[in-house]
Write a protein that binds this ligand. Structure first.
Ligand SMILES: [Zn+2]
Length: 174
């Protein structure tokens, strides 16, 4: 992920877990598997200022999978990532959830963020990248719904995430 880290309003993992829970409640999503791809189309209806664009891979920098553009309020997604997420690939689903996190958490803070690029002094809980990463994991692997006795393999399967993400998130739940 090649994205600039901005200093944003501090949020703890618990804050982000709560935000993810509220979103699930508002959207009435009770299943472990969060329909993140379907959410994109719903969002364009729910929020007239939300847009997303699936673009050719050549329009992205190497290693860049997607990005949220807060001025035009558009999520730009690599075609291969969108297709992968549509097919249920965990890593690609997490990429979209990460960008959704920037939209939910940071869009209104953008003007302030631009004045604060002094990366060396940013602590994790006030870093836009840390927050989006933690939020995405909390959204796709909800702590209060999953059975923490399940193996990482089972969690990965049930939630539609990579094994790596399931292992990482289980560490924050147990
Ligand atoms: Zn990011």
């Amino acid at each position: 992920m090649i994205e600039t880290t901005f200093k944003v309003e501090p949020k703890s993992r618990n804050d982000l877990r709560k935000t993810a829970r509220i979103i699930r409640e508002k959207l009435k999503i009770k299943t472990l598997f969060f329909p993140i791809v379907e959410l994109l189309d719903s969002l364009t209806i729910l929020d007239p200022n939300f847009n997303y664009a699936v673009e050719e891979d050549c329009e992205f920098a190497p290693g860049e999978h997607a990005y949220w553009e807060p001025v035009e309020r558009t999520m730009h997604i690599r075609e291969s990532v969108y297709n992968g997420a549509y097919e249920g690939k965990g890593r690609d689903r997490m990429t979209i959830a990460h960008e959704f996190g920037h939209y939910i958490l940071h869009t209104d803070q953008y003007p302030k963020m631009c004045r604060s690029i002094s990366s060396s002094s940013i602590r994790a809980f006030e870093s836009s990248e840390w927050q989006a990463k933690a939020f995405a994991a909390e959204l796709l692997i909800p702590a209060d719904i999953i059975d923490s006795n399940c193996s990482p393999e089972e969690i990965a399967e049930q939630c539609g995430v990579s094994l790596e993400a399931a292992i990482f998130q289980l560490k924050h739940i147990k």
